[in-house]
Design a protein around this ligand. Structure first.
Ligand code: 6CS
Length: 337
């Protein structure tokens, strides 16, 4: 390199030695540190950073940092955020996603459910993809975070026990219709305002996976915890559509690989986390745990059936197609066990 001036050689060596400016991908969560979504985001970050040799780094925004739930969805739709989770509150943005709020449409086996919602026939279906893509979002994975567990200040074993109970639901019409069908008087309240609403009696009951009852302290202001296995807490991990479409084929394939790799470990993690948190709740409170029998669950299941039709009426043919696909996927995976 004798023919190059020293200054050019120095500059070239410095440029090669300096780490390339890493690209930052922002991920917004509907939950706080310690939650299932946080764990998912951390594992996602580890894998993406490793697979891109550090060319991409991930910045995680836990619940509260962006604003309320709809602020998160607005941010990912507009591209300010690259990835986000969307669950119950997403019903206003992606009405079809309320499918995941329907009761008694899944199996009792959580591993069957996790595989069914991530099966190609369901996740990659035109109906599911277009439901999100029509709203500037691209669905990458469906994350099951554990059974939705009821709490209240009275034991609830049959629909009549729900009569007039002001149970808090996430803000979507399917949930409102479901709990009305059980006889309750549902109220919708933002996640971050829920503890004080329960404490002040503005809501009398709650529905969350166990880990959330624990980490948000909700169980402290409730007397009974009722396990009815009526639904799982389900969130969709999604990207901004324009951002996703602009990625190279190689990066899209990397995202597919990472979200596929995470299905089993996150399933195992959520089961262990929910069990640990249940043990913690039992050890640190005198909340009474009520587990419904098969006969008791059956009465709720029957009450929930007409709400499937409400879902189809609300979102049309695409809704029917999604429901059929999910029911079929669950049966198919069950048959393969
Ligand atoms: O109930 C809610 O509003 C929230 N619960 C959980 C466990 N995750 C996000 C959701 O919006």
């Amino acid at each position: 390199m004798r023919w190059l001036p020293n200054s050019v050689i120095t500059l070239t060596l410095l440029t090669l030695a300096a780490p390339l400016q890493a690209e930052t991908w922002r991920v917004a969560l509907e939950e706080i540190k310690g939650s299932v979504q946080y764990e998912y985001a951390e594992r996602f970050a580890e894998r993406i950073e490793a697979k891109t040799d550090g060319k991409v780094n991930i910045k995680i925004f836990p619940y509260g940092q962006i604003g309320g739930m709809t602020d998160i969805y607005d941010a990912v739709q507009s591209g300010k955020i690259h990835f986000a989770f969307g669950s119950g509150f997403l019903g206003g943005t992606v009405p079809e996603s309320q499918l995941f709020s329907l009761n008694y449409i899944l199996s009792d086996d959580e591993w069957v459910n996790a595989q069914a919602v991530n099966s190609e026939a369901f996740l990659e279906s035109e109906a599911l993809q277009n439901s999100f893509r029509d709203r500037s979002l691209h669905p990458l994975a469906v994350v099951i975070e554990g059974w939705q567990v009821w709490t209240a200040n009275k034991a609830i074993r049959k629909p009549e026990d729900f009569q007039g109970v002001g149970i808090r639901t996430m803000d979507n019409r399917l949930l409102t219709e479901t709990y009305k069908a059980y006889g309750a008087s549902p109220v919708t309240i933002e996640y971050g305002e829920l503890y004080s609403a329960l404490q002040m009696g503005q809501a009398e009951g709650n529905i969350q996976p166990v880990f959330a009852h624990e980490e948000m302290g909700f169980y402290e202001v409730q007397e009974y915890m009722i396990l009815a296995k009526q639904a799982e807490f389900i969130a969709t991990f999604m990207a901004n559509k324009g951002f996703y479409d602009g990625l190279s084929e190689e990066r899209k394939a990397m995202l597919d690989a990472v979200t596929d790799e995470l299905v089993r470990p996150i399933h195992e993690h959520q089961q262990a986390l929910n069990q640990q948190r249940l043990d913690k709740i039992k050890a640190s409170s005198d909340i009474e745990i009520v587990e419904l029998t098969a006969e008791e669950r059956e009465r709720f299941r029957q009450k929930s059936m007409p709400v499937r039709q409400t879902f189809v009426e609300m979102v049309g043919e695409r809704g029917r197609s999604l429901l059929d696909k999910l029911l079929a996927a669950v049966e198919r995976v069950k048959g393969q066990q």
